[in-house]
Structure formats: C-alpha cells, structure tokens
Design a protein around this ligand. Structure first.
Ligand code: ZN
Length: 412
C-alpha cells in the first residue's frame, strides 16, 4: 500500500495534467463548441457514479466536451486544488465537501462574476454553507446548518412565489418517489417548448431550501406530497440565478444511485433540462430541440443508455488509440481505475483485464498508457505480462518503467 501511495504522489502531477489536458482531436466530442468542467471528488452521494454520467449527458448533447476535476479526499490537503476555470464555458458542480483554498474560491467568484456559466447539481446546493458568495450563486441551499440567518424559504402559492423568513432549518426531503414537475416560467430559454408538467422518475424532492434568493428565477416546482412525508408545499426544482455577468442553472434533481439503478439521472426530464440548462449557462441561449421521448404529465420516460461505461467498453474505446486522438478515452480509464481501486479483489479483476489487453491486439500507444496506469496501481501479478513487452522496442520503455515501479528494482 505504501508503495502505491508513494507512486501515486509522484505521478499525481502527471495524471492531473492528463485529466485536465486540452485535447487536440477530431472526434465529434472534441469538435463540440463548448468546454465543461465537472468538479467532483467529495460528496455524501455516489459521485463515482454521477460524475461520469454527467459527462456522458453533456457530451451526448454534442455541445460540450467535458473534463472532470477531482478534488483530494475529505480531510486531505486541498491547497493544490486550483482548476483553471477560465478555459471553460461552464463549470458543473457535483461537489459537496471540504472548503476550497481561498485562492480557488476567489478565482471561482471572478470566473462567475466575469460571465462564466455554472450548473449546480443536486447536493452541490448542500455545500459551502459558510461561503457567502457561493450562496448568492446557488440562490437556495439546504443542510450544512442553514437556517433563518441564510435567507428565506421560497415556495409557490397560488399567486406566485412567497418568501418566508420564519426560523427553522434549511433542507429536507421525504421518501424517494416519482413526482410531477410543473413549469412556472415557460418563456425562459431552458423551459420554452417543454411540456407544462411532466413525471420525473424516482428521486428525492428537495424541500425547505433557503438562501439569499437574489437575482433568481424559478423555472419549475414540484408538490412535496405529505403522503410521501413531504412538506405539503410546492418546492423550487429548477432555477436560474444571475451573479454579476455570470449565468447559473440550478437543478435539485438527480440523486445518484448505484451502478445498476439510477432512475433520477436516467429520467429524460432530468437529462434534457440539464443539457438545456448547461447550454444556457454557457451561452445564454438554448438551441436544443425537446425530444419526442420527453416524459409526459402522466408517464415517466427513462433513457437507459445513460450509465457509466463498463471496463470492457472503456478498453474497447481505447483499443485503437494513437497520439493526437481524443484523450477522453484515456481519461475514462484513469477515472474508472481511480474510482474502483480497492487494493484488493476488485482491483485484481481490473488488473487481469488490463493484462489481457496488453496481450491483445490494441495499439502500441494504448498499451503504453495501460503500462503507465499499472506503474501506479499494478501488482507483482502484472510483471510476467509486462516482461513480454520488453521484446518490442515500441513498448519496451513503458513496460520497463512499469516493472521498475511495481518491483522497486531496476531491470535490464
Ligand atoms: Zn440525494
């Protein structure tokens, strides 16, 4: 384990470069007009499931290429977490965790007030309860000891939105269930053309959110039914906020489940509003058509294509990789290994698949990338297969590098 962490520290710089490296590529994704940065790495939710799904959703719009910036784990040194926000048209927050360094917070405030786009996704509105400017950006938030000091509750009554400054905790939800989302502003670019109401698949219905609620437009609400242990109020579900020149889209939807069941993120209502909200945040307009499969006022509609890639899929996407191609496939592999590394049985299976790949017909550059991964995460079991690479001058260098990292010994 110690060796793993040492190697990891040594290579962390290289890998964070790979994660955030701009790509020079000709794939449809890389021709996308906008760049998105998904920030993740700490959450009380399964971010290892949600972040890759968010990436797929954004990239499937063909309007975005998405990078993932992963923070250190909770409690670890955050001082080096300094993403370059300025390279992105939109920053998507899938993060609920430790404070960022002061320098990063200041850079984020400058990015947004200067015209940057932001998507606040689900539990991101639980985060940073003591960061004043962040709370202005999200409009409404919950948990994190939020109460009347943070701003009013906001709900929909018959005549419009009502602010309620009475004392009480911010943030609650009843049982997970499918519920109806109702559009309250049909003229906004994000909601224009959507059905007046639709059934959202099983999710948490965030309620009793409170915050500054300044420069905020509520686009849609949902009734939190008391039969589902809800508040009995019409709660804000989709919002936009203006912060300086910046545009923020806030969706409370999309509670992440596990790898096999993720109905809230698979709901086409969630997917389409996220794609439209991200486009609006990035550009100020929405050019996407509403798909025919959008859920209706009486029926759910789920898109099962949206799920994290499996390891065989990732390796298949990587098989023909050569220098100059999109690096997203490489990034997918790195993310997958990082997310699933347990130093035990689970990684043993991953390592077996990587070694099979090295013995197969994949490109030299793909194999070299896998050697790089094995140099960080690999075990002695990898050594025999890595030794075979020494017979080929194109793979010998990386093969030797991986062996030396794993064994801690120089090899000839
Ligand atoms: Zn949740």
């Amino acid at each position: 384990m110690k060796k793993f962490f040492l190697s990891f520290i040594i290579l962390a710089g290289i890998f964070s470069f790979i994660l955030l490296a701009p790509s020079c590529t000709k794939s449809p994704v890389s021709n996308a007009p906008n760049r998105a940065l998904i920030i993740t790495g700490q959450n009380n939710h399964n971010w290892k499931v949600s972040s890759p799904v968010l990436k797929q959703i954004l990239e499937n719009s063909e309007l975005f290429s998405a990078d993932i910036a992963q923070t250190p784990e909770a409690g670890k040194d955050m001082s080096k977490f300094k993403p370059d926000f300025s390279k992105y048209q939109v920053v998507v927050l899938d993060y609920n965790g430790d404070s960022w360094p002061a320098e990063t917070k200041t850079a984020f405030e400058a990015y947004v007030s200067g015209g940057g786009g932001v998507v606040v996704y689900h539990a991101a509105d639980n985060s940073f309860s003591d960061w004043k400017e962040y709370n202005k950006m999200i409009g409404l938030g919950g948990w994190g000891d939020r109460n009347e000091k943070d701003g009013p509750y906001v709900t929909w009554k018959t005549d419009g939105f009502v602010r309620d400054s009475s004392p009480g905790a911010g943030g609650t939800h009843g049982k997970q269930h499918a519920f109806r989302v109702t559009v309250r502003n049909a003229e906004h670019p994000i909601t224009k053309g959507l059905p007046a109401a639709w059934i959202h698949s099983q999710d948490e219905l965030y309620s009793k959110l409170r915050g500054p609620a300044e420069n905020m437009t509520i686009l849609a609400t949902a009734y939190a039914d008391t039969a589902q242990k809800g508040t009995g109020n019409h709660e804000p579900i989709l919002m936009t906020i203006n912060y300086g020149k910046g545009r923020i889209f806030h969706t409370v939807l999309g509670h992440a489940g596990d790898e096999t069941a993720n109905p809230a993120m698979q709901c086409i209502g969630f997917i389409v509003t996220l794609q439209r909200g991200a486009e609006w945040a990035a550009t100020g307009v929405v050019t996407q058509a509403v798909p025919e499969v959008f859920p209706t006022i009486v029926t759910e509609s789920k898109w099962t294509l949206y799920r994290p890639f499996t390891l065989p899929e990732i390796l298949s996407n990587l098989k023909d990789y050569k220098s100059g191609d999109t690096r997203y496939n490489l990034q997918d592999l790195t993310n997958y290994i990082r997310a699933n590394y347990d130093g035990g049985e689970k990684f043993a299976k991953i390592e077996k698949s990587l070694l099979e790949f090295l013995g197969g017909t994949g490109s030299v550059e793909a194999k070299n990338y896998i050697c790089k991964e094995l140099s960080v995460y690999g075990t002695e079991k990898a050594v025999p297969e890595l030794k075979k690479l020494l017979n080929n001058e194109e793979t010998a260098e990386m093969g030797r590098y991986a062996i030396e990292r794993i064994t801690g010994q120089y090899t000839n």
